[in-house]
Write a protein that binds this ligand. Structure first.
Ligand code: D5M
Ligand code: FE
Ligand code: ZN
Length: 478
């Protein structure tokens, strides 16, 4: 008997926004079959169960990375109209996602609310332009859609709703259910675009992906001796037998930005630099990356310290500064963010991996009370969950210097299997609706800035994921 019926496979593909072609349906059924005897990882997927290694021709499983989305941006003059279009497009796209959900399928527009019967229940899809919290606990929202504006009230008498509302952030698009009276909308329920549950993936062979980044080469707090240990492990020169085997089977190494510490990133940074020349910083980083065995694919995206513009999406590392990164045949340079398909081999559809450095995190930790209460800098997994729920990597304008490109590259249009970030300098893994969220650690001791603001980096840790079992663990190179 099939583990997964054809109808169910079609339904899941549609939920994930994919065309249910016969090949995709068969592939999904095949994957479910392979996963049948494997342990489904629990919430935090650190444990791995031994698995039966499928004996097939090893050449069928050569590492493979397909770039689904990376940015190629031609600079152009930006006008106010570009911003108007940008927000409209974003609203329309997220509205589409929302009205596909049964709870919001009968949404009406703001201009039609006034004709609704007093206190009749309605649902609207709106962008939040302002949030005011009163001492009483009541929250006032200024809402907008393409037809008009309205003020909404979240009453302090609804504690559960208030807790959800502590996660709201301006510019995000939500569906709100409630009643309208005297031009005020009284909210009963908040519905986020959110992601559907993602089916567990099981590669046909035992293969691992390691997630690193935040090297900060050039900083006087860079930790070369720890990074060397990681590279030695990848070369099979350290660890116990099991760890050596894992190293050999690690075919993907992700580097999620902040490859160098950069120059002029913050005032007086030069006092904290060991290497003050950006070219030499990339040479230094490349000295380590080039020692990663050539059978492993290295996927690099930039971060806020790299030698380029800060506005997101950021293109791949700049060729003139980071030339050595373009000379290494096993290095794949992608934009920040980027979407990749990893290990799509021999009848396996591969893992979709969304990489994003994470620069917007600071903004949300500063502005969103609910995220601070959920653990702040200690809980990067909660920020990733927050972003997946909003289907956007920077739902508030100002969280990053977002470029108003025609296509909103920060929208999470395709649901990933793995969402990998950096920036927080603390390794953490969790699961949200089947998506494995990974925050990478760093190769830099706490900086004086981080000391001052009370952030405690946890360097030299590397999350490693078994793409066959979905199990994962954090390796320490201290
Ligand atoms: O960021 C490394 C860490 O330092 C990350 O946890 C954020 C924190 N950080 C950096 N700059 C700021 C600002 N301006 N406000 C708050 N927190 C910050 P990195 O990108 O490596 O410098
Ligand atoms: Fe960093
Ligand atoms: Zn950073």
């Amino acid at each position: 008997m099939e583990v997964l019926s054809k109808q169910e496979a079609i339904r899941r593909l549609i939920l994930l926004g994919e065309l249910p072609t016969p090949e995709k349906v068969n592939m999904l059924i095949g994957e479910a079959e392979r996963c049948r005897n494997l342990e489904v990882s629990n919430q935090v997927a650190f444990e791995q169960k031994p698995v039966e290694v499928v004996k097939t021709n090893i050449e069928d499983f050569e590492p493979k990375v397909e770039i689904l989305k990376t940015l190629h941006y031609e600079p152009k003059k930006i006008t106010v109209q570009d911003f108007v279009e940008y927000f409209r497009n974003r609203y329309k796209l997220l509205k589409n996602t929302l009205v596909n959900r049964p709870e919001a399928s009968d949404a009406t527009s703001i201009n039609k609310l006034s004709s609704a019967q007093s206190n009749e229940k309605s649902t609207i899809v709106a962008m939040i332009s302002n949030i005011t919290k009163y001492d009483t606990g009541t929250i006032k929202l200024e809402l907008e859609d393409l037809t008009g504006k309205i003020t909404a009230i979240i009453s302090s008498k609804k504690p559960e709703l208030l807790e959800e509302a502590s996660m709201l952030t301006h510019d995000e698009v939500v569906a709100l259910t409630g009643g309208c009276s005297q031009n005020l909308f009284f909210v009963d329920e908040i519905i986020w675009p959110d992601i559907p549950y993602v089916q567990k993936k099981c590669a046909p062979n035992e293969v691992y992906a390691a997630f690193s980044g935040d090297i900060h080469a050039g900083s006087n707090t860079f930790m070369p001796e720890k990074l060397k240990k990681f590279i030695e492990w990848l070369n099979g020169k350290s660890g116990d037998e099991e760890q050596k085997r894992m190293a050999k089977l690690t075919k993907y190494v992700f580097v999620q930005g902040d490859i160098v510490d950069g120059v002029g990133i913050y005032p007086n940074q030069d006092r904290e630099l060991h290497v003050t020349d950006i070219y030499e910083q990339y040479d230094l980083a490349a000295k380590f990356i080039s020692q990663i065995p050539s059978d492993k694919l290295v996927i690099c995206c930039p971060g806020n310290h790299d030698g380029m513009r800060l506005s997101e999406p950021q293109p791949a590392l700049q060729k003139d500064y980071a030339a050595p990164f373009y000379d290494m045949p096993n290095v794949i340079n992608v934009s920040n963010p980027a979407l990749l398909k990893v290990h799509a081999v021999s009848g396996f559809d591969g893992y979709k991996v969304l990489v994003y450095h994470g620069y917007s995190f600071d903004y949300f930790l500063d502005k969103v009370e609910g995220l601070r209460q959920a653990g702040g800098y200690e809980a990067p997994d909660k920020i990733m969950e927050f972003l997946l729920k909003r289907r956007h990597l920077a739902p508030s304008y100002g969280a990053t210097l977002a470029l108003p490109t025609k296509e909103d590259h920060l929208i999470i249009s395709q649901v990933p299997d793995i969402f990998a970030t950096g920036h927080i300098h603390k390794a953490k893994m969790a699961k949200y609706k089947g998506v494995l969220t990974i925050a990478g650690s760093c190769w830099q001791r706490n900086t004086s800035f981080q000391d001052r603001v009370g952030i405690k980096a946890e360097p030299a840790k590397v999350p490693v994921v078994n793409l066959q079992t979905g199990g994962a663990r954090i390796l320490s190179f201290e």
